[in-house]
Design a protein around this ligand. Structure first.
Ligand SMILES: Cc1cc2nc3c(=O)[nH]c(=O)nc-3n(C[C@H](O)[C@H](O)[C@H](O)COP(=O)(O)O)c2cc1C
Length: 406
């Protein structure tokens, strides 16, 4: 072959876009985004996000549980333009997806909660701010590009009930649409990786972290240049106050159904409980006037050897009937996981770690990239299943699934 002929076969593509665009362009799966985040974060911070409790059996099983279901598609439907919009607690969303609460996001990236909430607003899906956030609920609600219609607030019930009720009042005044009460955190889970890494929150400069500065200078430079990290919803405003140890001692192991009744009385909007909730507890919540359950084992960060939330969906839906919110998270890593959860009876899936990895990989664009990945995978799965819409998938129900094989 002559050189001129060979040259025609080679098309040399020069890199285009910013470095972030190129990095995100290489991320074709959520695992790619995770690896991109891993390369950019100090080990202890990566592990804080990535890790689970004790032997991490819940953590692994959450992902594996989705993969145990198998599809039986419907043949020969016209799926040219599938409608992937969803309805979550009475509100139309661009897709049956939301971002779950994750504490202390500014420790992971200085862009923090506002960048995630803006990405959620851009994608037309809800974002849940944690009690343990590093941005206060008032500041987030008034951030440009954030829509309060899609803002939820996740509450931990504190020993100090006056402080708890004050958080509820502040969330209402700031326009949050949904209050989500975590019921899986009577005590905090045993995160072995964090203990081994000597992670403190806020991060302290130890010999290890000083050595790490050499390895991840960009992370440390951005942290040192940003405002002091704090648990902004409960801080004294001067960067003082709570650390992860003393804050988690404020969670009340005595919290019970009476507290939930009081919260129901105090909160006029939609109220959801979040945890590994079975059919009996879901029915009890429904009887109390709660609007839905967010089935979650905290991404494997609390009770180890806990049932995978996706495996609870079918029996919970059967117990509560239609019209009651059933949301699920823990282990969603692909759009087909959303399809599985919806066929089982969920209204929507939520993700935690994936958007945090996206935030590290590419800021707000990285979070949007994660939403786009999950939703394009979901759209294709819907089409290959022969389903024209989320509603049709919900109606088809578990009939399009073969039960877990394990
Ligand atoms: C770093 C991190 C912090 C979290 N912080 C909270 C929190 O403050 N409140 C809460 O209810 N859940 C918290 N979660 C759990 C998430 O809301 C969600 O249930 C979990 O991440 C879903 O699993 P996934 O990460 O596999 O998607 C946290 C999860 C992670 C990864």
């Amino acid at each position: 072959m002559k050189l001129s002929e060979a040259a025609q076969l080679v098309s040399l593509k020069l890199p285009s876009g910013t470095r972030t665009d190129r990095r995100l362009g290489r991320c074709r799966t959520i695992e790619d985004v995770r690896q991109a985040a891993k390369r950019r974060l100090p080990r202890s911070i990566f592990d804080y996000v990535d890790g689970g409790a004790d032997e991490e059996q819940s953590l692994r099983n959450n992902v594996e549980a989705f993969g145990r279901y198998r599809y039986l598609p419907k043949a020969l439907s016209d799926v040219r333009s599938p409608d992937i919009s969803g309805t979550v607690l009475g509100r139309k969303t661009a897709a049956p997806l939301g971002f779950a609460p994750t504490g202390y996001t500014r420790m992971i990236s200085p862009l923090g909660e506002p960048a995630v909430a803006r990405a959620a607003a851009a994608a037309g899906i809800p974002y849940t701010l944690s009690t343990m956030a590093s941005t206060s609920l008032e500041n987030l609600a008034s951030s440009p590009g954030v829509s309060t219609e899609d803002l939820w607030f996740q509450l931990y019930v504190w020993k100090d009930r006056a402080l708890t009720m004050d958080l509820v009042r502040r969330a209402e005044q700031s326009g949050y649409r949904v209050l989500e009460v975590a019921v899986d955190t009577a005590v905090s889970g045993n995160r072995v990786r964090d203990a081994r890494n000597g992670l403190t929150i806020p991060p302290a400069l130890t010999l290890g972290s000083i050595l790490d500065i050499g390895r991840k200078p960009n992370y440390w430079a951005s942290m040192l240049a940003s405002p002091v990290l704090e648990f902004a919803n409960v801080s004294d405003g001067a960067g003082g106050g709570y650390t992860i140890e003393n804050i988690s001692r404020q969670f009340d192991p005595a919290v019970n159904w009476d507290d939930l009744e009081r919260l129901r009385d105090a909160w006029p909007g939609k109220l959801v409980i979040k945890g590994p909730i079975g059919d009996v507890d879901a029915k009890r919540a429904q009887a109390l006037g709660i609007d839905g359950v967010h089935l979650s084992n905290h991404g494997g960060r609390q009770l180890d050897r806990c049932v995978a939330p996706v495996d609870l969906v079918r029996s919970v839906r059967a117990a509560v009937g239609d019209g009651f919110g059933v949301l699920v998270d823990s282990g969603v890593r692909h759009g087909s996981d959303i399809a599985t959860a919806l066929a089982l009876g969920a209204d929507a899936c939520f993700v935690g770690r994936p958007y945090l990895w996206g935030l590290v990989a590419g800021g707000q664009d990285g979070v949007e990239h994660v939403a786009e990945l999950l939703l394009s995978q979901f759209r294709r799965t819907l089409q290959l299943l022969g389903m024209t819409s989320v509603d049709e998938l919900r109606e088809a129900g578990p009939g399009i699934l073969l039960p877990p094989t394990a």
